[in-house]
Design a protein around this ligand. Sequence first.
Ligand code: HEC
Length: 115
Amino acid sequence: MRKLTTALALFAAVLLFQFCSSTKNAAAPAPPPLTYETNVKPVILASCGPCHIAGQGNKKSLDNYASTKEFADDIIARIQKNPGERGFMPMRHEKLTDSTIAIFTNWKKEGLLEK
Ligand code: HEC
């Protein structure tokens, strides 16, 4: 009888453990992929204007998906440079933070989605 109780207790413990670990996984789904509309455009509006905003600056407009996608590699190369280096962006501003730069690099890694 004792053996049976121990076996049942063990079985219950295993079940409980599996239940807990599976609910934990369900509570933390993978984050959705980054998109231009949600993640990239706010950074462009905050850091690349007025120079790259249509109607405000005379540089390539980056406040639209098509040209930001087309220039993605150039943008990533430029924001990874340091102030003073040729081609550095955002021109005449401080370097973007690592986490902001990562928005662009991860956006590219995840397929340059629009929304
Ligand atoms: C103060 C104005 C200014 C700001 C702010 C600025 N840029 Fe620029 N950008 C320029 C100028 C001027 C050029 C052209 C000179 C060159 O190619 O280096 C340029 C060129 C570029 C180019 C090459 C295509 C083009 O338009 O000629 C890219 C890509 C670019 N910038 C990205 C960015 C990004 C991304 C940001 C924001 C993180 C940014 N820039 C912020 C002024 C700016």
